[in-house]
Each structure stands twice: as structure tokens, then as C-alpha cells.
Design a protein around this ligand. Structure first.
Ligand code: FAD
Ligand code: NAD
Length: 464
């Protein structure tokens, strides 16, 4: 290693970076990870997946207890009271335990945490907190940040981004969410359950970009039933804040009469963009594509020898598990092994109630490529869902018409996030719908809906 400080230096300790660092160290490479935040774990553990799921869980419990929904099961609760401070405290505890866990794993695996923001000074050298560090391989895993909406200033009090929306100290009377994507619907759900009226303003004509069309339509119906107001094909033209209240100006995206919405809080959730500023990429010779992302090949190598990139900073879905799998693969590739990620099989889950999950091609994408067969089974025909009085949603399986190979699976169900793993594994193994249909599924479980949807591909479901 002569004059290198490290075999591998990872920039960023999110799910991509910390996993890459641990795997590289496990493979015997001398590894460091630079992270500018006070704690490890990146967006996901600090201000993303983990705190949002903590609030989704807690708010679901509150709504169940508070709304009287349990009375039909003979569970009568009175005098429920929201203690928002305690809800935030429990969320912080989960975040602290998990970010602390990464620090422990770094120590256990002998990964050096270089505290500070790294910037390239050459293709094999960065400075971190004034110290120059040279590494044989550098993995860029700097993640992404909130996309700002021009003309809308986030103050994290009245106008918040996802980080601010995870920490509101009061339940807003009216929350206007700009963007009907994953963040808008998850965090909108949290505050609606805690008592806010929630209006979602979405620029295009449907919520949940990227999901199967039928799933998008059915989810919009279910969210509206829960009390969400959803204004699709609507543009926000400005937000003004006065005396702690906001006025959101909107108009039809296609043009038309303007309106204004009075809000106690506004959440801007129109997407995220890759973190490449102040990274000195020009000094390393790494170029960006038109979307500001770092392009990589199937090994996660950039065009510059010894520089690799993974996670949100690269093209593809901005998901923690995609970043993690790329982290493992890039470390294995650097170590001379064969690290692979099958980007055709990356599940995606929206953790609302019901959950919404998908993997592989949507029906529209599959049809654009060739002839397909589609099997669908509603939870209204699933015995466990009926027993639990939890029948919203369906499973839909899209298979190739000739080979019967499963091309995509889409689920709306309280357990969709857990159920989608079976579909991902089946697809990874190249399963046909018949393979799923002839797999014995335990009774009574929601998973039987997957088997029935597979049976429906050939027109033979039993319970409908
Ligand atoms: P990040 O997690 O963004 O980590 C990058 C790290 O790099 C950051 O800690 C940053 O401080 C550090 N960094 C940046 N530049 C430098 C530098 N120059 N030097 C040193 N360090 C640097 N995904 C899911 O799969 N499931 C979910 O449920 C989910 N929920 C989410 C909820 C919210 C509210 C948000 C905002 C996101 C959510 N995501 C979820 C997306 C998920 O958080 C990201 O896809 C994931 O964190 C990406 O991992 P990453 O390692 O690429 O980057
Ligand atoms: P998103 O891309 O999911 O949704 C953004 C939405 O905003 C889209 O529907 C888009 O059409 C709309 N939009 C864009 N510009 C607009 C405008 N000017 N006015 C109104 N609407 C506008 O982005 P997000 O919800 O901000 O989430 C960012 C990323 O974080 C996503 O890529 C997602 O993968 C990730 N994330 C994942 C999870 C999860 O896996 N459960 C949870 C949260 C976030």
C-alpha cells in the first residue's frame, strides 16, 4: 500500500456508504469513512426512513386508540391524549440507538470514521477537516438533499421540508403538502392521524410517480376516504408567511383560475437531488450527467480509475436498500470479487396505511415491452384480511404472456411492505406465476392473496 493511507475511503456514511465501508473492512481492506454529520447513518437513519417510520408507527397507534376504530373489536378506550413531546422522544431514541449502532459496527470492523466533509484535491486524495487523506479507492456515497421549490423559502417553522416535518412541535390545523410523492403521503399521513387537515397539491395528474397506474388510482381513493384532500394537476405559484401562518397560491397546472389556501404549515416534498456540491469533483475529473448524478458502470466504477459511486448520488431509485446493496457490491468489486445488484428487482414501499408496494415492471411498462397476462386478487377475498376487518387493497401480478415469467408485482395492503419480499425473491429466482401459484402459503395469512393473484394469472383463483 506504500504511500496510501487507506485501501478504501468512503465519502458519506448513509446506508450506501456505511455498508460499503463495513463490507470493505470485512474483506480485509484498510478502510475509512468520512462523514460530516454528527452521527452516522446518513439521511435514512437521521432524518429519513427511521424517524419517519417511528412517527408513522406511533401516529397509527394514536389514531387507532383515539378514533374509536377499536370499539368494533370490543376494545373501548376513553380519555386518550396525545403527548407529542413523548412521541418525538421515542422517535429520537430509536434514531439514537440505530446511529449509535453504526458507530459500534465501525469500531467492531475497524473502519476509521473521519469526522468532517471530504473534498477531492486529486483523483486519489481528499481533504477532511484540514487533513489530507490518500486512498487507492474512493467511493462517493454522498446521498441526496431536498429539492428546493423556487420562490418557496423553507424556514423549518411554517414552511418545512421533510426534516422539519419530522419535528413539528404542534399538530398544524391545516397542513398543505406540496408534492404527492412518497414523502408527502407518508408525512401527510402522520399529521392527518394526529389531527391535521391535510391537503396535497400535486403538479401532475396522479399521485405516487413511478407506481403502477391502477395502484396510483386505488391509493388516491383510499387516501381521500381517510380525509386527505388531493389536488392533482395543480401548480403552486407561491407561498407567503405572515404571523406564523402561510398562504399557498395555487392554480391549475394547465392554466386557469388562481386560488389560495390558508395553512398552518406547508411541507415541500417535490423530490430530492444528488449531493455533489463542494465535493471538488472537478479536481478528480468526475463528470455529472444532465440530472446532476454521477454515472457508473455495472461495477459502480465512474469513468475515473479508482473512483466509485453508489446510492442516491447515482441514477436509479433513491432508496436505502438500493444504496445498501450497491455498498456491498462495490466493496466486493474493489476486493476483486464479483459484486452484482439486479436493478430490475428493487422493491419500493410506501409506509402509509394501507402500505403500497411494488417490484419490477408496472403493467404499463410491461405492456410496452410485449404481451402480458395479469392476475389480480382483492383482499376482500382473503380470509385473514376479512377476519382483521382490513380488506382494502389487492395483489396484482404481471407475467409474460408466453413464458409466464413474473415481470412485476404490485400490492396495496396493510402488510404490503412485508409481502413484497416474497415477490422480489420469486423474481430474483426467475419464477413464473405458476411457481408462485403452486407454492404452499400458510392459512390464514395475507400472503395467500399472492398465491391467489398468481392463480388468477391463468384464470383460476379459488376464493373469488
Ligand atoms: P444518504 O443517506 O443521503 O447519506 C449520505 C451521507 O453523506 C450523509 O450523511 C451526508 O452528511 C454525507 N455527506 C455528503 N457529502 C459529504 C462530504 N462531502 N463529506 C462527508 N460526508 C458527506 N428510503 C427507503 O428505502 N425507505 C424509506 O422508508 C425511506 N424513507 C425516507 C424518508 C424520508 C423523510 C427521506 C428524506 C428519505 C427516505 N428514504 C427512504 C430515502 C433514503 O433515505 C435514501 O435513499 C438513502 O438514505 C440513500 O442513502 P445514501 O447512502 O446514498 O445517502
Ligand atoms: P417523489 O419523487 O416521490 O415525489 C415528488 C412529487 O412531487 C411527485 O409526485 C412530483 O410530480 C411532485 N412535484 C414535483 N414538482 C412539483 C411542484 N412544483 N408542485 C407540486 N408537485 C410537484 O419525491 P419525495 O416524496 O420528495 O421523495 C424523495 C425521495 O425520497 C424519493 O425518491 C423516494 O424514493 C425517497 N423516499 C422513499 C421513501 C420510502 O421508500 N418509503 C420514503 C420517503 C422518501
Amino acid at each position: 500500500m506504500a504511500d496510501y493511507d487507506y485501501d478504501v475511503l468512503v465519502i458519506g456514511a448513509g446506508p450506501g456508504g456505511y455498508v460499503a465501508a463495513i463490507r470493505a473492512a470485512q474483506l480485509g481492506l484498510k478502510t475509512a469513512c468520512a462523514e460530516g454529520r454528527e452521527t452516522l447513518g446518513g439521511t435514512c437513519l437521521n432524518v429519513g426512513c427511521i424517524p419517519s417510520k417511528a412517527l408513522l408507527h406511533a401516529s397509527e397507534l394514536y389514531e387507532e386508540a383515539h378514533s374509536g376504530a377499536l370499539a368494533k373489536f370490543g376494545v373501548n378506550i376513553s380519555g386518550t391524549r396525545l403527548d407529542l413531546g413523548q412521541m418525538h422522544a421515542e422517535k429520537e431514541k430509536a434514531v439514537g440507538e440505530l446511529t449509535g449502532g453504526i458507530a459500534f459496527l465501525f469500531k467492531k470492523n475497524k473502519v476509521d470514521w473521519l469526522k468532517g466533509y471530504a473534498s477531492f484535491t486529486a483523483a486519489d486524495t481528499v481533504t477532511v477537516d484540514g487533513r489530507s487523506v490518500r486512498a487507492k479507492n474512493i467511493i462517493i456515497a454522498t446521498g441526496s438533499s431536498v429539492t428546493p421549490l423556487p420562490g418557496v423559502a423553507v424556514d423549518q417553522k411554517v414552511v418545512v421540508d421533510s426534516t422539519g416535518a419530522l419535528a413539528l412541535s404542534r399538530v398544524p390545523g391545516h397542513l398543505v403538502v406540496i408534492g404527492g410523492g412518497v414523502i408527502g403521503l407518508e408525512l401527510g399521513s402522520v399529521w392527518r392521524r394526529l389531527g391535521a387537515k391535510v391537503t396535497v397539491v400535486e403538479y401532475v395528474d396522479q399521485i405516487l410517480p413511478g407506481f403502477d397506474d391502477e395502484v396510483r388510482k386505488e391509493s388516491a381513493k383510499l387516501f381521500k376516504k381517510q380525509g386527505f384532500e388531493i389536488r392533482t394537476a395543480t401548480r403552486v405559484t407561491g407561498v407567503t408567511v405572515k404571523g406564523g401562518k402561510a398562504t399557498v397560491s395555487i392554480e391549475p397546472a394547465a392554466g386557469g383560475a388562481a386560488e389560495s389556501l390558508a395553512a398552518d404549515a406547508v411541507l415541500v416534498a417535490i423530490g430530492r437531488r444528488p449531493n455533489t456540491n463542494n465535493l471538488g469533483l472537478d479536481k478528480a475529473g468526475v463528470a455529472l450527467n444532465a440530472r446532476g448524478q454521477i454515472e457508473v458502470d455495472h461495477r459502480f466504477a465512474t469513468g475515473v480509475s479508482g473512483i466509485w459511486a453508489i446510492g442516491d448520488v447515482t441514477p436509479g431509485p433513491m432508496l436505502a436498500h438500493k444504496a445498501e446493496d450497491e455498498g456491498i457490491a462495490v466493496a466486493e468489486n474493489i476486493a476483486g470479487l464479483t459484486g452484482i445488484v439486479n436493478h430490475d428487482v428493487i422493491p419500493s414501499v410506501v409506509y402509509t396505511h394501507p402500505e403500497i408496494a411494488g417490484v419490477g415492471l408496472t403493467e404499463e411498462q410491461a405492456k410496452a415491452r410485449g404481451e402480458v397476462k395479469v392476475g389480480k386478487f382483492p383482499f376482500a377475498g382473503n380470509s385473514r384480511a376479512k377476519t382483521n376487518r382490513d380488506t382494502d387493497g389487492f395483489v396484482k401480478i404481471v407475467a409474460d404472456a408466453k413464458s409466464d415469467r413474473v415481470l412485476g408485482v404490485h400490492i396495496i395492503s396493510s402488510l404490503a411492505g412485508t409481502m413484497i419480499a416474497q415477490a422480489a425473491q420469486a423474481m430474483e429466482f426467475g419464477a413464473t406465476s405458476e411457481d408462485i401459484a403452486y407454492t404452499c402459503h400458510a392459512h390464514p395469512t395475507h400472503s395467500e392473496a399472492m398465491k391467489e393473484a398468481a392463480m388468477a394469472v391463468t384464470g383460476k383463483p379459488i376464493h373469488i
